[in-house]
Structure formats: C-alpha cells, structure tokens
Design a protein around this ligand. Structure first.
Ligand code: ZN
Length: 302
C-alpha cells in the first residue's frame, strides 16, 4: 500500500481544481452564470504557470478540471496530459452537489467525464465535487458517480467550516460502501483532539508554509499520503476584483494571493520536509488496487 519516493518518504498528491476565478461558490450571488461568458478568462495562463512550477520541480499532480473549461481550452487539457499529470473531473459547470437532484448530478458528472476523455485522450477515473459539496444532502452521490464511470472521489474536507465539510467524516481514505468507491479526504491536522485545516486553498494562502509542511509530514507519519489542493486563480494576484461580493467572500478569496505562487514553488520543490509529490492515482494506488480487487471478487462471487 505504501508508495515511496527516493529517500523513503511517502509520496503525496498535489491536486489542482481547474476553474476560472469567477466560477467559485463565494461569487455565485454576485456574478450570474449567464454572465460567465463575458468575464475575462484567465484559467489557461494560470494553469500554465502551475504546470511550469510542477515541471521545474519534477512534481506530478492531478488536475480536477471542469468540463466547461475543457470545452473552451482543449489545448490546455492536452498540455496537462502530455506533461504526465492525471486528468480528473471537477464536474461540468461547478454546481454544488447538494444543489442538484440525482438525475441532474449524474448528467453533469457523466458529461464532464466524456468531454475530458475526448479532449485529453485518456481515461478519467477521479472526481472532486465543487466546494467539497458531497454531504448528507446528497446520499446518492457516490452511486451516481460509480454509475457515471468514476472509481474514486476526493470530495470530502473533514473539518468544521461554514460553507462545507463534515467534522465527523473519516480523515483517512475510505471505501464508500454504497457504491464501492474510494473517497480520499483533503488532509487535516489532528491537534489536541481538534481537526485543523491546512490541506491547501485559503488555509495555505493565509498561514505560513511551515504549517502546511508540518501537516503533510504528520499525515505521512500516520501512514497516509498527504492530499494537497489549490486552484489556478490562487496564483493570480492580478485577477479582476469582484467588488460587489460580500466582504467575507472577498477576504477569503483575495488573502495571500501575492505570495501563493512562491509558496507553491517551495512546497513542490520539497526539501527538506515537503516534496515527493505525484498524481493522486499513483499516491493512493494501493487503496485503488484493493478497491479493484474487491470489485473483481464481488464480480466473481456474483
Ligand atoms: Zn471548484
């Protein structure tokens, strides 16, 4: 089950949710979906900067990409694949899972997988829900994902947060029994019995890099590959400001943008305690192998 880099450290997964700065949940009440096509597209240039950082540091990762981004930027999808990264799905149009019914969700994730596979020319097995939005409001989500052709999900952020998360959900990868899928939660730190979020995103921008590194090392000591996430717009301090958005949303979205790219570069580079990053399907291949063995066993005994 253990996947180690040179030197024996446990390989972690670097994951990027490929979306525009205006797709985020925090701006849904401010920028109408009907106006998305009139916004300045920055996702391709921002993702290219991340691809360069990964390439400079010999790091591989998984790019959970929106179907609507793949449709508009097919050459970017091919660059992601050609560089050796894993192409995975962030759904088609960034609807929260709990805002859809089962049929709409199934349609969204199936369409996204087909677009990504057509564009990238590779199989797409992984899914990440927008805003980690699989929870008790969508008990059918894993079944629908399995039906739509996915093998694993990384949609759980097991923390206490006002917009998402479930502080009682498992912190380690687990097999979701209703669909026999693997769920790989975002890394959290256990500190004095409390879960501290430091697996990426706003927490990565807000707090010193050392906190993320410590968190990743502690996860490694628990025998679990770290799972780090970021968005292309988080390395883009020049993105247009959405002034009409609520103050809290603006603070969360814009804090720490100017330092984020250099922090990501140092995290991807690794030494002494970070580094050793790979694709999610590689970092967790032992768990995925166990899952496919149990699927095959089920098929044989059926
Ligand atoms: Zn997203």
């Amino acid at each position: 089950m253990i996947n180690t880099a040179n030197g024996g450290a446990l390989m972690g997964a670097l994951t990027i949710d490929v979306e525009e700065h205006f797709h985020v949940h925090a701006f849904t009440g401010t920028i109408d979906r009907a106006d998305w096509s009139r916004q300045e597209s920055r996702v391709e240039a921002n993702t290219d900067r991340i691809l360069q950082i990964f390439s400079d540091n010999n790091a591989l990762g998984t790019f959970f990409t929106l179907g609507c981004v793949a449709e508009k930027h097919p050459a970017l999808i091919r660059r992601i694949v050609d560089a050796g990264h894993e192409l995975a799905s962030h759904g088609s149009a960034h609807y929260a899972v709990f805002d859809q019914d089962r049929a709409a969700f199934f349609d969204d994730v199936r369409r996204a997988r087909l677009i990504l596979e057509q564009t990238g020319g590779v199989a797409v097995k992984g899914y990440r829900a927008p805003s980690f939005s699989i929870d008790e409001r969508s008990p059918w989500a894993y079944e629908a994902l399995a039906e739509a052709g996915y093998t694993y999900s990384s949609s759980s952020h097991p923390i206490n947060h006002d917009n998402y998360g479930n502080p009682d959900a498992p912190r380690h990868p687990f097999r979701e029994p209703s669909a026999n899928m693997l769920e790989i939660p975002i890394t959290t730190l256990l500190w004095r019995g409390r879960r501290i979020p430091a697996g990426g995103g706003g927490f990565f921008r807000m707090f010193p890099l050392a906190l993320t590194r410590t968190n990743m090392q502690r996860m490694r000591r628990e025998g679990i590959p770290p799972n780090f996430y970021l968005h292309p717009w988080e390395v883009d301090p020049s993105q247009p400001r959405v002034k009409a958005a609520p103050l809290k949303s603006r603070l969360r979205h814009y804090i720490g943008l100017s330092r984020c790219e250099s922090k990501l570069r140092r995290l991807a580079g690794g030494a002494p305690s970070g580094g050793q990053w790979t694709r999610m399907d590689e970092a967790y291949h032992g768990w995925l192998d166990d899952l496919s063995n149990s699927r095959n066993a089920g098929r044989l005994s059926a």
